[in-house]
Design a binder for this molecule. Structure first.
Ligand SMILES: C=C(O[C@@H]1C=C(C(=O)O)C=C[C@H]1O)C(=O)O
Length: 275
């Protein structure tokens, strides 16, 4: 079994307390990469389970199921998914926007926001995430994860829009950015390991919440700089669960993505049962 691990700080609580030695002894390997790459590896069956973009789950829901109670979501500001812009959002019609190649959920979300909520039509191009280069060549740029956090630190004079906040203002629902999904074959081929991994991730999340993220904050400060207070508030601003509200938010997101021509069908959401 191969687990995909998104290489952004926001998902660390779901992986922090995994017993990597034990996993290795059981033949489990871990691949870390940006979300779009994990999404692709899972589509190519080179990753069996992992945090993937919720949009990628939507595209592949016939072949994937969800580990229950896990996600990377926000009820409002997410603080790491930003549109940096030389113009106000409502003025971006006909302008050029660079999209990070790391994301699928946020790229589709920005298209939903512009088309459905703001009724404007900018043009989009996918670029490798590099704030200075993107903003030099384009009118606006979308960054996610640690790239967005470091760009926000450097940003001087551009407008900054938090996509989680816009989503919440418009829908009153949480935005689910990543889900913990697995390929359905795992249920028959590797059921025991699947349960073990799902439960370990749930325990990791719960322990991080109990500790108010202290060890995760320490690691984030070491790896990315910034203050402990900043990271503590960042982790507390994210939501790692998946309940009826998340499901509602995700269903509305899929529905709007379909209306924008980004998804062909509205997928149903199936979850693993440990029983
Ligand atoms: C909260 C975030 O959510 C991420 C956003 C993703 C996307 O846009 O496809 C995928 C995985 C999440 O880890 C973030 O990266 O800032």
């Amino acid at each position: 079994m191969n687990i995909g691990e998104i290489s952004y700080t926001n998902i660390i609580p779901l992986y922090f307390y995994l017993d990597r030695e034990r996993l290795k002894e059981n033949g489990v390997s871990i691949t870390d990469a940006v979300p779009s790459k994990i999404n692709r590896l899972m589509e190519e069956k080179r990753v069996d389970i992992g945090g993937i973009s919720s949009f990628s789950f939507g595209k592949n829901a016939e072949r994937y199921s969800l580990i229950p109670d896990l996600s990377v979501s926000a009820f409002g500001k997410v603080n790491s998914i930003f549109l940096f812009s030389k113009y106000r959002l409502e003025e971006l019609g006909g302008k050029r926007i660079a999209l990070t190649s790391s994301s699928e959920t946020s790229v589709a979300l920005l298209k939903i926001i512009t088309q459905q909520f703001y009724k404007i039509e900018p043009s989009f191009e996918v670029e490798t995430p590099h704030f200075e280069r993107m903003i030099e060549l384009y009118d606006a740029c979308l960054l996610i994860g640690d790239d967005a956090i470091s760009a926000k630190r450097k940003n001087g004079s551009y407008y900054v829009y938090d996509l989680g906040e816009i989503w919440y203002q418009e829908t009153g629902l949480p935005m689910v950015f990543a889900v913990m999904a697995y390929r359905k074959e795992m249920e028959t081929e590797k059921r025991e390991l699947l349960s073990y991994v799902g439960q370990s991730m749930t325990e990791s999340k719960e322990r991080c919440l109990r500790e108010n993220f202290a060890p995760v904050v320490e690691r984030a400060v070491m790896e990315h700089g910034g203050s402990a207070a900043f990271w503590e508030s960042y982790f507390n601003g994210l939501n790692y669960g998946f309940n009826g509200e998340h499901e509602k938010g995700l269903s509305v997101y899929f529905q709007l993505a379909k209306e924008c021509g980004l998804l062909q069908t509205i997928p149903s959401i199936l979850k693993f049962s440990y029983k």
